[in-house]
Write a protein that binds this ligand. Structure first.
Ligand code: HPA
Length: 266
């Protein structure tokens, strides 16, 4: 099966109305699925090229339904480059979203903060990214479309709307540059110092390949991090995946409000 076959299967189960946006949820951020009305749940296992076994804290279902009056899809879990070394692992899921009509892609993740004032439990909207992984999901792609312009990869209009929603919702939304490390290890303190010196404000192991694929597919992209820890060496705490999952819940509630408001205005 391929993306078109996925599109057929999803339309058969969830109806033919096009979706307007797709949301990808990061570790521990699955609560927003509860807000969907008219929900159809499709296990990833029924779809071709969707994440398999995965990583604890990530869901394995595609949700189709209505949020803030808009028909959307929620991918409750993603695949990461570190799971198998395939940076393009989310290509078929994202092609499927475009095939269902999505024009907007909202990405969420858990990340480490490099800004002393931006603490765990806070949310940081991406203004830009640094791809520090040494790879790219479009390696091997043929044709001129592969030369994607990455200026304003994170859509300025969606960012402005998110800021307005944050103000209305009383969410303290910071902004910054996200640096993609391959993982699965957390960074060393020396790598964190390097990231800061290069202009990054947050570090994480996801999102950037999806942003690249989303822009390649012509989607408007918006992304936001739930800060789960300070970068390695910046605080006394020991960084762990358990801590990531626990702290993500605090930022998740803020992200849910932001996304609910944003979706209503796309
Ligand atoms: N580094 C990389 N990925 C992460 C971190 C981090 O500190 N926290 C959550 N995801």
């Amino acid at each position: 099966m391929t993306a078109p076959a996925n599109v057929t299967l999803i339309r058969d189960r969830a109806g033919k109305t096009p979706i307007e946006a797709a949301i990808v949820l990061g570790s521990g951020l699955s609560g927003i699925g509860e807000r969907l009305a008219d929900k159809t749940v499709i296990p990833y296992a029924d779809l071709d090229g969707f994440p398999g076994g995965g990583v604890s804290g990530h869901g394995r279902e595609l949700l189709i339904g209505t949020l803030s009056g808009r028909r959307i899809a929620i991918l409750t879990g993603r695949q990461h480059y570190y799971e198998h070394g395939d940076a393009a692992a989310m290509r078929i899921p994202l092609e499927t979203m475009a095939g269902l009509g999505a024009e907007t892609l909202l990405l969420t993740n858990s990340a480490g903060s490099l800004v002393p004032d931006v603490k765990p439990g806070e949310v940081m909207m991406l203004t830009d990214h640094i791809n520090f992984s040494g790879t790219n999901p479009l390696i091997g792609e043929q044709g001129d479309a592969r030369f994607v312009n990455m200026v304003d990869a994170y859509d300025p209009g969606l960012r402005d709307t998110a800021k307005a929603v944050a103000t209305e919702e009383g969410v303290d939304l910071s902004e910054g540059v996200y640096m993609w490390f391959s993982g699965p290890t957390f960074e060393t303190p020396a790598e964190i110092r390097l990231a800061i010196s290069l202009g990054a404000h947050a570090v994480g192991m996801s999102t950037v390949p999806e942003t690249i694929l989303g822009r390649f597919l012509g989607l408007k992209v918006w992304a936001c991090s739930s800060i789960t820890n300070m970068g390695a060496g910046m605080a006394a705490e020991t960084i762990s995946h358990t801590q990531t999952k626990q702290m993500a819940l605090i930022g998740a509630e803020k992200l849910e409000r932001l996304i609910t408001g944003l979706v209503g205005r796309i």
